[in-house]
Design a protein around this ligand. Sequence first.
Ligand code: GDP
Ligand code: MN
Ligand code: MN
Length: 252
Amino acid sequence: MKATTFTIEDIPLIKPGDDIGRMIVERAELEEHDIIVISSTIVSKSEDRILSLDKVKVSRRAEAIAKSNDNDPRFVQSVLDQSSEVLIESPFLLVRIKSGSICVNAGIDRSNVSGSRNVLLLPEFPDESAKRVKDTVFKLTGKKVSVIITDTNGRAFRMGQTGAAIGIAGIMPTRDWRGTKDLFGRVLEVKNEAIIDEFAGFANILMGEGNGGTPIVIIRGLDFYQEPCSIKELYRPEEEDMVRRALISRSV
Ligand code: GDP
Ligand code: MN
Ligand code: MN
């Protein structure tokens, strides 16, 4: 098997209102079922998800958490405002954000954002953001592509951060191996491969975390096109999530 992966060059600093789908089409010759991986940072910028911390009104709760976490109360408040559930309060905030993902600090970024008091929130409806790019590409080229929006996330149990998918369009979120055979004819019972996170992880290597200015990666040669789809398929249902249950029971 063979796949090629490359960054799109000459992407400018993204401003509110910028059309990312059009920017991609203007800079790359896309092929049917290419997988376009896009850093959430630029999606958020294009959707004007910039928040000035100076405008945030701090609650008592945020004040208390900020104190125990040695953090800025306004930053803590902005994390709480994005969240539907707090799983860990201290020494850092682990929350479920309203779109469903569980992540540290609600995925709010301070890096690669202009203005020292500005932070960047994740896209509000990441699947819809991905679909907008997909639809624009189709409108401009007639090509059907897969889109994955990523963020850099830490993981439970393992050191280090990797790219993770937070919104998708036109791609199978997982590849189900159940019912297929291993090398010795044994039928596989559990193996549901989270391919969108695997693509996100690899694409993140090409993006980098710093000033590379390469927020868009194309993966070509692997076809996982599927429609419809949703990132929600990757979020473990609450009743099955034993780690969440353990955390919640500790905090009450
Ligand atoms: P995140 O992982 O989605 O939170 O984003 P990062 O801050 O790690 O940035 C990922 C990549 O996008 C890096 O190569 C950054 O330099 C690049 N990047 C971030 N913002 C912009 C932008 O506005 N324009 C361009 N061209 N690159 C950007
Ligand atoms: Mn981020
Ligand atoms: Mn990153």
